[in-house]
Design a protein around this ligand. Structure first.
Ligand SMILES: [Zn+2]
Length: 111
């Protein structure tokens, strides 16, 4: 992500653009074929099915690097796997962590 798009509002717009692309790719009412998860940032195509990260990996929880792996490889927190995908989409590699307001805005619009 270029430095000039590292501002919270630019990051949010970029994320909304990504979400719309996924909605277009998965369809308007896409859900995980196994559990019904509907947040598009947690969904992927796996062997011809739409599946969420939790069902795909079989992990309920993943470790999230709070300040980014590059900035602090030791500070981690357990996060539900599907939320981890959404949080990670807000924090591209090398970028500063997303502020809580950006995170809440994405959560409100259905991540
Ligand atoms: Zn699922």
């Amino acid at each position: 992500m270029p430095a000039d798009t590292d501002q919270p509002v630019c990051r949010l717009l970029h994320l909304l653009w990504r979400m719309e692309g996924r909605r277009h790719r998965f369809g308007p009412r896409a859900r995980c074929a196994r559990c019904g998860e509907h947040r598009v940032l947690a969904l992927s195509w796996v062997r011809g099915q739409i599946v969420c990260a939790r069902c795909w990996t079989g992990r309920a929880v993943e470790w999230h690097h709070v300040h980014g792996r590059d900035r602090d490889p030791w500070l981690v927190a357990p996060v539900p796997t599907n939320w981890h995908r959404i949080i990670s989409a807000l924090t591209p590699a090398g970028a500063a962590p997303a502020c809580p307001r950006t995170f809440l805005a994405v959560a409100r619009c259905g991540g």
